[in-house]
Ligand binder design. Structure first.
Ligand SMILES: NC(=O)c1ccc[n+]([C@@H]2O[C@H](COP(=O)([O-])OP(=O)(O)OC[C@H]3O[C@@H](n4cnc5c(N)ncnc54)[C@H](O)[C@@H]3O)[C@@H](O)[C@H]2O)c1
Length: 261
């Protein structure tokens, strides 16, 4: 008998798989038996992957907003893994970051790039994977953000330079709605669609460069600390695996309580 969290037989595409949150998630998926194809502009962090499952990890450079590259990547993933039955949409990029990321000064180009890098990448990768997912059934896990659900408090960010621009939160709110829309349309094909909403999981170099900012983030969660990157893995694996076969159209919040005060 295998665990309901087993990833045996799961052929997973992970966009943004070279990043902070998806690296430990992929490592756990491999240990649970998955095959994983990483779509990122950067190589996966091979040094953080379990050696014994190296043959189940595949990489091809892919810009998650470039339709022809996505099509090429999906073909590559099917060729390497045989099929796709899980898509994890984690890639993100943006524009307008900084101390003045507000609508009064944001340009058209910044606005559009931010939407492309938050919700646009999710739309495009989902569209290109749907033909394969419709054949096999499966699970899509999208990455939203607490800032797609609540607003950043400008008083906290000050001049740190880490302010989320308004296009990021608008796009991430869009990810949650796109998730519900897809869940409603593709459930009849055996495709479940959910999102995870991470709270504060700052990059190590941001916190090191600005310890006061790290303390401020920690203070605002109910647990009094910010998240460690591996703490997102359980939520993604729950939604990707057969542990969640009756869960669709939902949003799993992993934020130490930030949005629940
Ligand atoms: N870290 C947090 O605190 C936090 C909070 C809320 C939501 N999130 C969301 O979680 C997800 C993962 O975040 P993270 O902290 O690991 O970010 P990260 O910056 O470490 O990783 C993002 C990855 O996306 C890749 N990427 C950028 N542009 C790309 C493109 N055009 N095509 C393909 N890949 C591209 C990067 O190379 C990187 O590997 C993101 O969607 C992010 O918005 C993170």
């Amino acid at each position: 008998m295998s665990s309901i969290f087993s990833m045996e037989g799961k052929c997973v595409i992970v966009t943004g798989g070279a990043g902070n949150l998806l690296t430990p998630t992929i490592s756990q998926m491999l240990m649970l038996g998955a095959k994983v194809a990483v779509a990122d502009i950067l190589e996966p962090r091979y040094d953080q992957m379990p050696d014994e499952f190296a043959d189940n990890l595949f990489y091809k450079k892919c810009d998650a907003y470039n339709t022809s590259q996505i099509k090429g990547f999906v073909d590559f993933a099917i060729q390497k893994m045989g099929k796709i039955n899980v898509l994890v949409n984690g890639a993100t990029f943006g524009a307008g970051y900084g101390a003045h990321a507000t609508p009064d000064i944001m340009t058209d180009e910044e606005w559009e790039r931010g939407l492309a890098g938050s919700v646009g990448v999710v739309f495009k990768f989902t569209r290109e994977c749907l033909p394969s997912l419709k054949q096999n059934g499966g699970s899509i896990v999208n990455f939203s953000s607490m800032y797609g659900h609540v607003s950043p408090d400008y008083k906290m960010y000050g001049e740190s330079g880490y302010n989320n621009p308004c296009n990021y939160g608008a796009g991430k709110a869009g990810v949650s709605q796109f998730t519900r829309y897809c869940a409603g349309n593709y459930g009849r094909f055996g495709i479940r669609v959910n999102d995870v909403t991470p709270g504060p999981f700052p990059a190590e170099d941001h916190v090191k460069a600005n310890p006061d900012f790290g303390k401020e983030l920690a203070k605002r969660t109910m647990l009094g600390r910010y998240g460690d990157h591996p703490e997102i893995a359980g939520a993604v694996i729950y939604l990707a695996s057969d542990a969640s076969t009756f869960t669709t159209g939902s949003n799993l919040v992993v934020d130490g309580g930030w949005t629940a005060w």
